[in-house]
Design a protein around this ligand. Structure first.
Ligand code: ZN
Length: 345
């Protein structure tokens, strides 16, 4: 059980912005520990040190929340890779790893549940029971291992998000419920994203918003509308990719040759750290309370965002000192070659 006495998520949010960081599955896939396709976090059992290291990197970079790596660690997904028998072990271990690293700083631990791919609005009665049972078993284990609140994320259906919220509330924990935004303006069961967030607030969610799928350019306009509609806390965790009005999600990005860039050929579309720092400032200006990053996220972005929000974090010790660079430093007379003069804003 968790035995730290950190301030809870709601207290922290009442005092100011809370910074999160996600994209564990994406990053651990890039590092060779998770198989793209099924994207099941087997790494939790097979290479726990790799999970701990990424938690630690996000912690040092400024994330105040260690999100337990239970994304897709539910019954449906584990069946796909023949590891259904590891379900409980994987879920418990993920929360333990998050707790272990959270205690190296002053971070919170979030339990994590997500879309199940089992929910079917056409057969809502039966599939709702199935989804509810999956969430209940995951959160029972998470609560026993010790969590501070729960993030229910990448919800394609408002119906499924409401089930998640109900289960989180059964456990008496603060609930952050964020929607996927793959479609142009509404959930897969037809609720406008803004309206859906309002309904989640009305049903008791403490934090609502969007995560994944969209880069800052195409996520922030929706988040701004959510902010002006709900009274509760708002979260924005975009992917660090250059999505546009024409290709508003990273799933829709295409290479020059017209091929799908998602999910394995997205590098040409990545933001740089300065652009993610600018996102953090824009999100703060809009009034977003929980600012984070999703798939594609990495520690250098998290640190740049933290510093943009005025924080000094452990990894700040090694933040760039380009004035000391032999070719790009402040002594360079040609301003075009002065790196920081070009990027600092
Ligand atoms: Zn994501």
């Amino acid at each position: 059980m968790k035995n730290t006495t950190t301030r809870g998520i709601l207290q922290r949010l009442s005092e100011g912005i809370v910074q999160g960081a996600e994209g564990y599955v994406f990053e651990l896939e890039r590092r060779g520990y998770i198989k793209a396709g099924p994207y099941v976090p087997e790494v939790v059992l097979d290479f726990p040190e790799a999970v701990k290291e990424l938690h630690r990197e996000f912690l040092r970079a400024g994330s105040e929340v260690m999100v337990a790596l239970t994304y897709y660690a539910h019954r449906e997904k584990l069946k796909d890779v023949g590891r259904e028998n590891d379900l409980e072990r994987m879920n418990r271990q993920a929360v333990r790893l998050a707790n272990e690293i959270a205690r190296e700083g002053d971070a919170l631990v979030a339990g994590n549940i997500c879309n199940t791919w089992a929910y079917d609005p056409g057969n809502a009665r039966e599939t709702s029971r199935l989804v509810q049972a999956m969430y209940e078993e995951q959160l029972t284990w998470a609560v026993e291992e010790g969590i501070d609140f729960v993030i229910s994320e990448t919800n394609d259906y408002l119906g499924e998000a409401l089930i998640a919220l109900e289960v989180i509330k059964q456990f008496g924990l603060p609930a952050m419920v964020t929607l996927a935004s793959v479609q142009s303006n509404a959930t897969r069961d037809g609720y406008d994203y803004v309206e859906a967030c309002k309904m989640l607030e009305d049903a008791g969610a403490d934090i609502v918003g969007l995560n994944c799928d969209r880069g800052p350019e195409t996520m922030l306009p929706i988040v701004e509308k959510i902010r002006s509609t709900v009274n509760c806390y708002v979260a924005a965790q975009p992917v660090p990719y250059k999505t546009t009005a024409l290709n508003p999600t990273f799933e829709s990005l295409r290479t020059h040759a017209g091929e799908h860039a998602f999910p394995l050929a997205l590098e040409p579309f990545l933001y740089n750290r300065f652009e993610m720092a600018a996102f953090a400032r824009r999100a703060r200006a809009i009034g977003v309370n929980y600012i984070g990053i999703c798939c594609g996220g990495a520690p250098h972005y998290v640190r740049a965002m933290a510093e943009a929000l005025g924080k000094t974090v452990p990894a700040t010790k090694y933040s760039p000192a380009m004035e000391l660079h032999p070719m790009l430093g402040t002594h360079v007379e040609n301003k075009d070659q002065n790196f920081l003069a070009n990027w600092k804003n």
